[in-house]
Write a protein that binds this ligand. Structure first.
Ligand SMILES: NC(=O)c1ccc[n+]([C@@H]2O[C@H](COP(=O)([O-])OP(=O)(O)OC[C@H]3O[C@@H](n4cnc5c(N)ncnc54)[C@H](O)[C@@H]3O)[C@@H](O)[C@H]2O)c1
Length: 499
């Protein structure tokens, strides 16, 4: 798509440089789309073009129905699109014209060859870097936005500099810390912006150029400059530590169930310690999302490659507990229903990996549904933001295949016939034996559970995988309730599940 020359006017938010600035972002995904939209909003005189190899994705960014759901995103995009924010499939053209290139492409876990199941597959990154080298005719700052293994910048630098034709490339690492569901707020008010660069005068100049852009709306003391490797590792470390907190409280939830303690009370008491704090201490069916597992596996691989098996095993355990939690949940469901769900209708409320997003990548719902399907359940799913096509795709795809550009994802041609998807929670639960709440959507708290109970098979079960329900109220209606890490119903005590 052509961009008007008028958009490339004076750079108000980049005044410390005399040259006009044009940004190109490679990868119009969950990170590239929202981050670039916010830069365009905050810096109206910088031209920002987001490019992607997926024609469908770019078409969606240029339409009324954006390809991702994020509260506030539509508003930001509508304010800037066509003004100084553009979405295009003309990858080469916009790379060649840009001064600063953000790379925000997929970095899936390798499924074959060296490091399979752990190491990051840098195919898309490398092809983006080679494209930059091929088409560049002027000096450029190349910014790693994707989460990459430590020392990727060094590899990218080699690709660029060996193919540079005299052009100067400065590589920066600027990992993204936004959380899906609150991405726009996180981008408006980040806890910190981290910029890693070379400790040379040119590297420092590049850091300053990027810092000046963020400083338009981010307080200076929240913009941290480090060296490249520290920036790359900080992103992996942050995600590993966040995931570790979830696995820690989830491990406690199993112990709470065994002993009669209440995990919410334990978490509250623990969180009052100012050294610990309250965030990421909600027990649940497990963490999901595109990053946590992938980044920890990546970290594990790096530790192993650096001869640190003890450190690798420590982080591996965070993922093991997460898998254990999902298995434990499925076992509770099956065990409490007389040890079989064969032929029984189980309603799934919520498929996204968290509320306020339609993202289903690594959602625990996939493993829970697969576990129930393994016991021959019939599943009826309702999620306010996830389509039937996406759910069928998720349930028929191999692990890690989701993390490739959508048109390159291998797809099983057959839908899972034991799964139905509806746009109505009451329809999903009608005639069901049990309900599993797998995403903490607010609307699930406001459903008419008396009506739902009346239309279910008896005994009627609710398994709250997010601890959002008023358990006592549900028990009064007549439900048998399982809520993670909470004291068990007598029924569940009598039907122990072995995880
Ligand atoms: N999703 C998050 O919350 C989050 C947060 C922080 C960091 N990250 C990291 O950011 C990166 C991107 O994540 P995402 O969630 O936006 O992924 P995504 O799959 O939503 O988007 C990546 C996009 O890159 C495109 N692409 C791949 N190769 C390309 C190429 N050579 N040229 C042009 N386009 C290309 C794909 O078509 C896709 O649209 C990953 O490394 C991820 O780990 C993600």
């Amino acid at each position: 798509m052509a961009t008007p020359a008028s958009a490339r006017t004076k750079i108000a938010c980049y005044i410390k440089r005399e040259k006009m600035v044009k940004i190109c972002c490679i990868g119009a995904g969950y990170v590239g789309g929202p981050t670039m939209a916010v830069i365009a909003l905050k810096c109206p005189s910088i031209e920002v073009v987001v490019v992607d190899i997926s024609i469908a994705r770019i078409a969606a960014w240029n339409s009324e129905q954006l390809p991702i759901y994020e509260p506030g995103l539509e508003d930001v995009v509508k304010q800037c699109r066509g003004r100084n924010l553009f979405f295009s499939t003309e990858v080469e053209k916009h790379i060649s014209e840009a001064d600063i290139i953000f790379v925000s492409v997929n970095t899936p876990t390798k499924t074959q060859g060296l490091g399979a199941g752990k190491a990051a597959n840098l195919t898309y990154w490398e092809s983006a870097a080679r494209m930059i080298a091929d088409v560049s005719k002027s000096d450029k700052i190349v910014v790693e936005k994707s989460t990459v293994p430590v020392k990727t910048a060094e590899a990218i630098e080699k690709i660029l500099n060996h193919n540079s034709n005299g052009i100067n490339f400065q590589i920066l690492s600027n990992p993204e810390f936004l959380a899906e569901g609150t991405a726009i707020q996180d981008l408006f008010k980040p806890d910190r912006v981290l910029i890693g660069g070379r400790e040379t005068p040119e590297g420092q100049k590049a850091i300053k150029a990027l810092r000046d852009i963020y400083a338009t709306w981010v307080p200076e003391d929240r913009i941290i400059a480090t060296n490249l490797w520290s920036a790359e590792l900080s992103k992996l470390a942050a995600n590993a530590i966040l995931a570790q907190r979830i696995s820690s409280i989830n491990a406690m939830s199993a112990l709470c169930e065994a002993t009669g303690a209440d995990v919410t009370e334990v978490a509250y008491a623990v969180s009052k310690d100012s050294r610990i704090g309250p965030k990421f201490l909600n027990a649940s069916v497990g963490f999901g999302g595109s990053c946590f597992q992938k980044d920890i596996l990546n970290l594990v691989y790096i530790c192993e490659c650096n001869g640190l098996p003890e450190v690798a095993n420590y982080w591996k355990q965070v993922i093991k507990i997460n898998d254990y939690q999902k298995t434990r949940f499925v076992n509770r469901v099956v065990a409490s229903m007389f040890n079989t769900v064969s032929g029984k209708k189980i309603a799934i409320l919520g498929f996204a990996f968290k509320k306020d997003t339609g993202d289903t990548r690594e959602t625990p719902a996939i493993d829970v549904c697969k576990g129930l399907l393994g016991d021959k359940a019939n599943i009826s799913i309702y999620d306010p933001q996830v389509t039937e096509e996406q759910i069928q795709r998720d349930l028929s795809m191999n692990k890690f295949d989701w993390d490739h550009p959508i048109h390159l994802q291998p797809m099983s041609p057959t839908a899972v016939k034991e799964v139905t998807v509806t746009w109505d929670a009451y329809q999903a639960t009608n005639g069901a034996h049990g309900i599993c709440i797998l995403t903490e959507w607010d609307e699930f708290k406001a459903l008419d559970y008396q009506k739902i109970y009346d239309n279910m098979q008896k005994p009627a079960f609710i398994y709250d995988g997010r601890n959002i329900m008023d358990v006592e109220k549900l028990r009064k209606i007549g439900f048998i309730v399982y809520s993670i890490g909470k004291p068990l119903d007598a029924w569940l005590k009598d039907m122990p599940a072995v995880a």
